[in-house]
Design a protein around this ligand. Structure first.
Ligand code: WTA
Length: 636
């Protein structure tokens, strides 16, 4: 256990230096000491960022579920693995022990096998935050099937695109979901999606809200009766280190989402090691990450990282505002949560509701607070520190991405002095670089640039499913021999990093990454729309909100703009999902374009943010006159 827990800043620097001097050695030691291998590796790392190709622990064999479940049975069989807190506070919480989890995962794994799912097959999981969601991931991993979780807030069109891209043979869903006071008809959404998905042979349906569902004979089945019949022993499939574990989609600069592919051994080692250190998890702690398992944060830090450490991980089905805004804090008190990990957008929303919601709960169990998903503003950071952590629980502002698989830049609690809005220092093994526009690395401190990583780490995505060229282009072609994150960052006088935000066409709204292209594609489907452009503008709670500039077709008729706005948001809801709805829509005559025909979003962003005093150089535009027109439209 020598190097598993970092205890102070001096030790962090020692570990960090060692991790950079000899990364292979560093990761090999961690892999040796803390995991269960069926066979050890021949080579720790081979890599080439020009192809790009990265392989960790080649030759090794393992099953991640044996590491997340089986090996804990001897000492932690009766310990709670998953603590499920339902949407309705009056429904009892469920304590799923490691032994229960073992049985449930094996049963589902046997059901999947009986339905013909084999190693390498893709299974789409479209479920709310109920235990079956975590169990489904693990059941796939048990038999070597590749899971592709789609966040259950996505629309049927978005779901269909993802199912088809990965050619999933099966969908696991539920009759519906509870979200606060609402019920959502998930099975109905799946039915709609599957009209476009010939690859899907079977749909397994979890009963959650007891609603009537449409059963397509030969395709759909309730899951419970199948589980009742299944054996609770299922031998784990022996996987090679680089065998795929899962696909998870993220937005990109084109309409098509990118299916990031993560593999087995490196992902396991990195998520487990980061979990242990970033949250300083101790044996009897109760850890709660409020993310949805539909996002990478849930994959790595609700399921795999915590379970690989034998932790107790809370899964919350509901929303922070139901039955009222004190719900998060009531859960902290009820389950005596020690580590609490959430998103800045949730912190801002809760801060706005006032302290009475906080003060009614006993938060004294909390030891460590975390944030993830977007830059945290200073005000929200202090509110969190003062009122939730009571200035005694360090805040870990963790920067990372779907593509990185695990936390990359973060304080180590009680070791790294925190600084509001700073993710601070790279995690051991991570070698960040800031790059200038010419492609050179900017050395030294008090500098700002584009954030890259110079050396591979175990949990990086290996490719985009079905499109390796796009993977190379997106991440490895902007800067030679470096992974480009798409984020801007600055490094302060002591070498701390602060992430300043995306420098590409991705906008982060309430912590969700949204590509501009799929939203624009949706808007352009409205028969009255000729062209559109989306930008982000600052929003008190969501961080960013969406602003759409829309050019209407010239039909000679006058249109009711309010109705059009509603129709446009309706199309976006159907095509992408409600999270992508526009806060503002401006109907305009033209869009500023470069001479090569690209929309100049920089200018649109400034106008949307009400920052028109310094629009920069507009003379290179193809049509500089439209800029004043757009400003005039806002002013009237
Ligand atoms: C942003 C979420 C500032 C960033 C794990 C990144 C952050 C994108 C932080 C990835 C942070 C994430 N501070 N920005 N602590 N964490 N981001 O793929 O722009 O959903 O590129 O992964 O979120 O979002 P994703």
């Amino acid at each position: 256990m020598s190097n598993y827990h970092i205890k102070n800043l001096e030790e962090y620097f020692q570990v960090y230096r060692r991790s950079v001097r000899n990364p292979e050695n560093f990761w090999e030691e961690i892999a040796e000491e803390h995991f269960l291998w069926r066979k050890k590796w021949n080579t720790v790392l081979s890599w080439d960022f020009t192809k790009p190709e990265v392989k960790w622990f080649e030759g090794a064999q393992l099953n991640i579920t044996e590491n997340c479940i089986d090996r804990h049975l001897v000492t932690r069989g009766e310990k709670t693995a998953i603590l499920f807190e339902p949407n309705n506070p009056n429904e009892a919480a469920e304590h799923i022990t490691y032994r229960d989890l073992y049985k449930r995962v094996n049963k589902l794994a046997n059901v999947l096998k009986a339905k013909g799912i084999k190693k390498g097959d893709r299974v789409c999981i479209y479920l709310p935050m109920i235990p079956e969601l975590a169990v489904s991931l693990l059941a796939c991993a048990r038999i070597g099937a590749i899971h592709s979780v789609v966040f259950a807030g996505f629309s049927s069109t978005a779901l269909a695109t993802r199912i088809n891209d990965a050619e999933c043979k099966m969908v696991i869903t539920s009759d519906g979901s509870y979200r606060g006071s609402k019920m959502i008809d998930l099975k109905g959404i799946v039915d709609e999606a599957l009209e476009e998905c010939p690859c899907v042979e079977n749909v397994l349906v979890v009963k959650r809200i007891n609603s009537e569902i449409n059963v397509v004979q030969g395709r759909d089945q309730w899951l419970q009766p199948l589980l009742d019949e299944a054996s609770d022993e299922c031998e784990a499939e022996i996987m090679n280190a680089e065998d795929p574990l899962f696909i998870l989609y993220t937005s990109g600069s084109t309409g098509k989402p990118k299916g990031m592919l993560h593999t087995t051994a490196g992902y396991m080692v990195y998520t487990a090691y980061t979990f242990k250190n970033v949250f300083q998890y101790r044996e009897n702690d109760v850890y709660w990450c409020t993310a949805d398992i539909g996002w990478i944060t849930g994959h790595s830090y609700i399921v795999y990282g915590p379970l690989a450490n034998g932790a107790t991980t809370v899964m919350f089905e509901g929303v922070p505002s139901y039955p009222d805004y004190s719900r998060f804090w009531q859960i902290v008190e009820k389950h005596k949560v020690n580590q609490f990990y959430t998103a800045p957008t949730a912190i801002r929303a809760l801060a706005k509701e006032g302290l009475s919601h906080v003060e009614s709960s006993d938060l004294s169990s909390l030891k460590i607070l975390g944030t993830v998903g977007e830059p945290i503003n200073e005000e929200a950071w202090h509110w969190y520190d003062d009122n939730i952590g009571k200035r005694k629980s360090p805040i870990v502002d963790t920067w990372w991405q779907t593509e990185t698989g695990g936390i990359m830049i973060t304080p180590i609690p009680f070791s790294t002095p925190t600084k509001p809005t700073y993710a601070t220092l790279p995690f051991p093994g991570i070698q960040p670089a800031l790059m200038d526009a010419e492609g050179s690395e900017i050395k030294g401190n008090q500098v700002e640039g584009r954030l890259c990583v110079k050396f591979p780490w175990p949990s990086m995505a290996r490719t985009i499913w079905g499109n390796h060229e796009r993977y190379r282009n997106t991440y490895f072609s902007t800067f030679e021999n470096k992974y480009f994150t798409g984020d801007g960052a600055l490094r302060d006088e002591v070498g701390y990093y602060r992430i300043t935000g995306r420098v590409d066409d991705v906008i982060i709204v309430s912590g969700h990454n949204l590509g501009t292209a799929p939203i624009e594609d949706a808007i352009n489907e409205h028969p009255a729309v000729a062209e559109s452009a989306i930008v982000g503008f600052p929003h008190d709670i969501k961080g960013n909100a969406l602003y759409g500039y829309v050019i209407l077709k010239d039909t000679g008729e006058s249109r009711n703009h309010e109705n059009l706005r509603k129709e446009i948001n309706q199309i976006i809801t159907e095509q992408v999902g409600p999270i992508a709805k526009l806060d503002r829509i401006q109907f305009t005559q033209g869009l500023p374009k470069t001479r090569s025909g690209k929309i100049m979003r920089r200018i649109l962003r400034k106008i949307a943010s009400n920052d028109i005093s310094n629009l920069g150089d507009t003379s290179t535009l193809l049509n500089p006159e439209v800029v004043q027109g757009i400003i005039d439209e806002v002013l009237v």
